[in-house]
Design a binder for this molecule. Structure first.
Ligand SMILES: Cc1ncc(COP(=O)(O)O)c(C=O)c1O
Length: 394
């Protein structure tokens, strides 16, 4: 089938919720994608921060193949070795946490919200969660309610009660929102969909930690987009030296297969007991095998060091362009999550890049977002920068 045929067939039958570009991909290798008409693209989008090791990394493909040939699904009524090994691995990476496995970012954030409610119920009948404006936590009703962007709420109101939204980067606002019903604070260490926003308040996350400790609240970090190496450290919170009580991961964890993980301090996780929560597919052995291969590869191939170095290179290049471009307001980011804040809409720049076969995306209207593979080489980074330079100059 050609691009046009695949696009037409999809649109005939798919619920019309995605602003899809008229492209269908048939193959991926490292940072490159091939469309159905045989064109090659450089991918600085990674399927929305998912294929962080590039497309079809051999270690991930082999792990998936060999597990799929043995066993694909048994449900959480039973155990599997990849599931056991993955929870051990994640726990070891996050301070001996207890792990809940699910299939997406929304699902693990939903689990975190339910965990906070259950824990709050055990601690004085508290249920309220403080979340941030400009955040993104998912599309289920609870995660949507904690997502502080009205455009996503529209038509789905009323939102779930028990969520208080306050401005990101404003400690006083959180302080003012705390009351005897508050159970937890939910925050992205760096806001991704909101436009790659890093708090400017000195030690913002550290002060949130102190505030939570003073008021006996859970501090919950949504690392669905920024976790698993995206920022040049395995977890984004490592940059800030602040440890949450609960952390959620998804996207890059499975190397392209759907998997999410909620990690919680054992004393906190203990509030959830048999029957209180669950999912049929969570901990699927093929997805777990893929996640183990992702974590192994990040270590073996020194992926974090590369992400930090190439991310710095890209940001420096973009800042150099910004000096002579009236179009760029600010370049911000950490490692391989980079936002170029433009004066106007970012979409025309995305389209101009796409015409030259570079894939990236726009978020928050005027932010050009780069989410390249963490193992991008300098030559590939230069190839992408040459296209971005031309697109910004156009
Ligand atoms: C920070 C954050 N949390 C949660 C989600 C939702 O993840 P999913 O689309 O896998 O449900 C996203 C998706 O972009 C995200 O960026």
């Amino acid at each position: 089938m050609t691009n046009a045929e695949i696009v037409e067939l999809t649109h005939k039958h798919l619920v019309n919720i995605y602003g899809c570009l008229p492209l269908a991909f048939v193959e991926g290798r490292g940072p490159y994608l091939i469309d159905a008409d045989g064109n090659r693209y450089l991918d600085f989008f990674c399927g929305l921060a998912v294929t962080s090791l590039g497309h079809c990394h051999p270690a991930v493909v082999n792990a998936i193949k060999s597990q799929a040939e043995k066993l694909i699904h048994v449900s959480n009524v039973f155990h599997t070795e990849p599931g056991a090994r993955l929870v051990e691995r994640l726990s070891g990476l996050f301070n001996g946490a207890k792990v809940f496995l699910a299939n997406s970012g929304a699902e693990v954030n939903e689990a975190a919200i339910k965990l906070a409610r259950h824990w709050g119920a055990d601690h004085g009948g508290r249920f309220e969660i403080i979340a941030m404006h400009n955040s993104f936590h998912g599309r289920t009703m609870a995660t949507l309610s904690a997502t502080g962007q009205e455009k996503y709420h529209h038509g789905f109101e009323p939102m779930l009660p028990g969520v208080a939204l306050v401005n990101f980067d404003d400690i006083e606002a959180v302080e003012a929102a705390v009351n005897q019903r508050t159970a937890a604070v939910l925050v992205e260490p760096i806001q991704g969909e909101g436009g790659v926003v890093i708090a400017k308040t000195a030690d913002y996350l550290g002060r949130l930690r102190q505030l939570c400790d003073r008021n006996n609240l859970l501090l919950m970090f949504d690392e669905v987009q920024v976790g698993v190496g995206r920022t040049g450290k395995l977890f984004a919170h490592e940059h800030f030296g602040v440890r949450p009580d609960v952390m959620t991961l998804a996207k890059a964890l499975g190397g392209g297969l759907p998997i999410g993980a909620m990690l919680a301090r054992p004393e906190v996780a203990a509030t959830l007991t048999p029957g209180t929560h669950g999912t049929t597919f969570g901990g699927n052995p093929v997805a777990c095998a893929a996640a183990l291969a992702v974590l192994d590869t990040i270590e073996k191939e020194r992926v974090l060091e590369n992400a930090a170095a190439i991310g710095n290179y890209l940001m420096e290049e973009l800042r150099t362009i910004a000096k002579s471009s009236s179009r760029i307001v600010e370049v911000r980011g950490q490692g391989m999550i980079i936002g170029v804040v433009l004066k106007d809409e970012a979409r025309p720049v995305v389209d101009a890049c796409l015409k030259q076969h570079l894939i990236l995306n726009a978020t928050a209207g005027n932010v050009l977002r780069l989410l390249p593979p963490l193992n991008l080489t300098l030559e590939q980074a230069q190839e992408g920068m040459a296209i971005i330079r031309r697109a910004l100059a156009a």
